[in-house]
Every structure is written in C-alpha cells, then in structure tokens.
Design a binder for this molecule. Structure first.
Ligand SMILES: Cc1ncc(COP(=O)(O)O)c(C=O)c1O
Length: 475
C-alpha cells in the first residue's frame, strides 16, 4: 500500500472527523424531528417521480470522493417520507423512537453479528431477554422461546418451516397443505410457495363481513384439502389482518387445531402489541395456545426496521426449521447451545436488532408501549365515529386495531374505485397527507394506519376535509 493510499484510509477512519460529522448529524436529525413532530408546512412526502429521482442520484462516483456527508444527509432528510409528521397516516411503519435510531447507529458501528455467540455476546443475551419479555407478554409459559428475524415475512416462513418439520415426523410421506384466511398477508402465501407447497398446498378459508377468518368453515376446508390428497399440517391466523386490521377468532381456531392435531401459526406482526394493553389484550385471547407467533417490533413497538420475533410455545421448536451442520460455526446441536442463535434463523450474518428494543424497554419501561397502543387504537375508534357522522363517507368496517379503511362516496359517483385512487394520488403528490389504499371485496378503499403518537383528532378531521376537497375537485 502506498503512503497516499494509507493516508486515504486513515482519513476515512479518522475519529475526529467522525466526531465532528456525528455532532452535526445529530443536530440535523434533532432539527428535523422538532419540525416534523410539530406537523407544520413540511410536506409529509415530497413526491418526486421515480425517473427524476434516479437521475438525481447518479452513479458518477469519482476516485477521490469529496462529498460532505452532512450535505448529503440534509438532502436525504429533506427528500424522505417524513414518518414523524402527524399527517403521516399510511403504512404500518412508525416514525421510530429517536433512542432506537441511536441504538441502530451503535449496532452498525460495532457490527457485532449474532449468529454465533462470540461475535455478539451481549447482543445474544439481550435478544434472549427481549424474546422472553415478548413471549411472557403474549401469555406463553416458561418453555416458550424464539428468535428475532429480519421482518415478519421471514418470520412467517420460519414458523411454517417449523410447522412442516414438526408434522413431517408424524406424516413423513404426506403432501402438506396449510389453511389460510383470504385476508392473510401475502408473505404467508409467498412462504408456502417458497416451501414448494404449490397452489394445491394452500386452502383458502373465507372471511366474514368484518374480514375475520370463518372458523366455522375450517372443517369444510380441511376436508376439501384432504379430498385433493393433501395432509393439512397447519392453520395460519392473523392478529390482525393487514388490509382491514381485523383480529381472527383465535380461541376458536386454536380449538379446531387442537382437535385436529394441527399446528397453529398466528401472524401477529402488526397486532401482537395489543397484549401490552389491559383493554385491548382480549383481542388476542387464545394466542397463548398457538404453536408459533410472529410479532414485529418495527410496527407497533415504535422500532425502526427490521426487528421481528418468531416465538414458539414449545421453545424446542425454535430449532427445527433450520437444523444444519456448519462445523466452522457450531460445535453441537441447536438445543445444546441456545447461545448460538444461527441455529434458529435463516440468516447467517445476524443484525443486532435486539439492542434498540432492549434499550427502549430499559430507558422508557414497558408502560410506554401499552399507552401507545391504547392511544392509537382509541383514536382509530374516534376516527371511525367521525366517518360515520359524515354521510358522504363510508367506513369499510368497525376498526379493531389502529387501521381504518374508508371511501369517499358523494351522491352520484359513477366510478368509486377510480375516485379513491385519484384522491390518494392528489394527497400524496401535494404532500399534505400520506395515506395508502387497499382493495377490499367491497371495492378500493382509502386506508389509514394511526401509527404516529403525534397524530391527533384535528389531523384526522383535516384528512376528511382534504379528501372531500380533492374528491369534489376530481369529479
Ligand atoms: C400481518 C402482517 N404480516 C406480515 C407482514 C410482513 O412483515 P414485514 O414487512 O416485516 O416483512 C405484514 C406487513 O405489513 C403484516 O401486516
């Protein structure tokens, strides 16, 4: 290496440069946070067409670099979707707790992966405690255990792989199938495809008018799959569903699974956190009978992506999805070395995602999360009342979580779906609100998730007015 190359590398690692840039960066983020939380004129989403955005971030990297990081970061912050803005009422992605973002910075900086204990010792211990806290909060007993994964989609795949493995011991030659509600998140169907179950391997369970799984039809669905020569191994329930936020009747589904020897996987990626509120915990009644549960901390625990958990009622099941030998990593079988988390996850390099959850619990306690759930779930109910009082709006269904779907339907509308899509497009391109849309069986709906604790009733009233104004201008 030449002296010039050495000095270039040293410059890139220079602690004083890091200190200066970092101090300015924290100021930049704190200034953004102050402005965003106030909900002022800053656009929620400063919409830029994809091709224009691609042109604005070219690949014309020079050998010498020279860009000032803080200038780059100012631009990133300005051009972002501003999730901390109270008029961000869109996807199930929170403006995270600032302390969690700091933790992610430290996790990135230390880069202690956690598939093997010696690469992330304190992280491994923290993850164990986070999983234990989550498992106990859901109502599981002492034997429960699990792992943090990079996202609910990976979590659903992990749970279903474990289900197949557990059932394979009983039915080694069977062609497996799973029973899945028509409201399940697409990652469940994707997991089934990845597992090679094929179309025949997924039996769709219809949902009722409120978008809950029809538990009374499970027997019929089981017979249908069996008639096709399939052995049903598991039922996947949602708590809650993505589109309309409906909680499936877990007790009835659990009863069916127990009677028929089926694995129950509950996708509680969004709604698992309801267990932290005394008032909303009944929505999850029966979840403690599930064999596996997915719960995303990067949804209703105010964490930045990605941090999800897969929890198994019988902790030994947390090892069965990925039983591999890798002599350069592991010395013994999974159960014998709980501390090598790579035994339980598809990931080899494993992100220290537990740090932010552990630190937030330590710094703010568990109460913060229960209060946050109650605030957002309560506000969704008040928003529904607001919508019901307006004759030109239609509520899709009574909200059970913090997801509210509705349509603007003034008299004489001939193409209601096209109108909803055009309204949303207008709101997001003028930057006033960020909301999303979803196709329900009754048509295309505007969809909101009240996920920002700074969103108040006034913002929601403002949303109704903005939707009405856009709708009337577009007709
Ligand atoms: C119910 C449900 N399950 C799974 C997922 C997928 O989770 P992730 O985006 O963390 O992969 C989502 C995401 O919205 C969801 O709502």
């Amino acid at each position: 290496m030449t002296d010039d190359s050495k000095s270039h590398i040293r410059n890139a690692f220079d602690p004083e440069r890091f200190r200066e840039t970092g101090h300015v960066l924290i100021d930049q983020m704190a200034d953004y946070l102050t402005e965003a939380l106030q909900g002022g004129p800053m656009p929620v989403l400063p919409w830029i067409e994809p091709d224009a955005m691609a042109a604005a971030w070219p690949a014309d990297f020079s050998p010498e670099g020279g860009e000032v990081l803080n200038t780059l970061m100012a631009r990133i912050i300005r051009e972002a979707n501003h999730l901390h803005h109270p008029r961000y009422i869109g996807h199930q992605v929170p403006g995270p707790l600032p302390v969690a973002a700091l933790c992610d910075m430290v996790a990135s900086f230390l880069n202690n992966g956690m598939a093997v204990y010696e690469m992330g010792m304190s992280g491994t211990a923290m993850e164990r405690s986070v999983i234990r806290w989550m498992a106990r909060s859901l109502g599981f007993g002492e034997p429960a255990d699990g792992v943090l994964t990079s996202g609910g989609s990976v979590g659903n795949l992990t749970g279903l792989l474990a289900a197949r493995q557990a059932q394979a011991e009983r039915f080694p030659d069977a062609l497996p199938a799973v029973l899945v509600s028509d409201q399940a998140h697409y990652s469940v169907l994707r997991a089934a495809r990845i597992m090679g179950l094929g179309r025949e391997g997924v039996e769709t369970v219809p949902s009722d008018a409120g978008f809950h799984m029809r538990a009374d039809l499970l027997g019929e669905c089981l017979k249908r799959a069996e008639a096709r020569g399939r052995k049903v191994i598991a039922v996947v329930a949602s708590a809650c569903s993505t589109a309309a936020g409906a909680y499936d009747p877990l007790e009835r589904v659990a009863e069916f699974c127990e009677q028929n020897g089926l694995w129950l996987h509950v996708d509680a990626a969004h709604g698992g956190a309801a267990c932290l509120s005394e008032r909303y915990r009944p929505l999850l009644k029966g979840i403690e009978r599930a064999d596996s549960v997915v719960w995303d901390a990067h949804k209703m625990l105010l964490m930045p992506a990605l941090v999800s958990s897969v929890i198994f009622r019988n902790g030994l099941h947390s090892y069965i999805a990925f039983e591999d030998k890798a002599s350069y990593l592991f010395e013994r079988a999974g159960q014998e070395e709980w501390f090598n988390l790579g035994h339980r996850t598809i990931e080899c390099t494993k992100w220290m995602s537990c740090l932010k959850v552990y630190a937030a619990l330590r710094c703010f306690g568990t109460r913060l999360f229960g209060e946050y759930i109650e605030y957002s779930y309560d506000l969704a109910r008040r928003f529904a009342e607001m919508l019901r009082a307006e004759p030109d709006f239609e509520l899709a269904t009574e909200p059970e979580s913090n997801i509210v779907c509705f349509r603007y339907l003034p008299e004489g509308v001939t193409h209601p779906d096209a109108l909803q899509a055009a309204i949303r497009k207008r709101l997001i391109s003028d930057g006033s609100f960020y909301i999303v849309q979803t196709q329900l069986r009754t048509g295309l709906h505007l969809r909101t998730t009240i996920i920002n604790p700074y969103t108040e009733e006034g913002h929601l009233r403002g949303l109704l007015e903005a939707v009405r104004a856009a709708g009337n201008a577009l007709r």
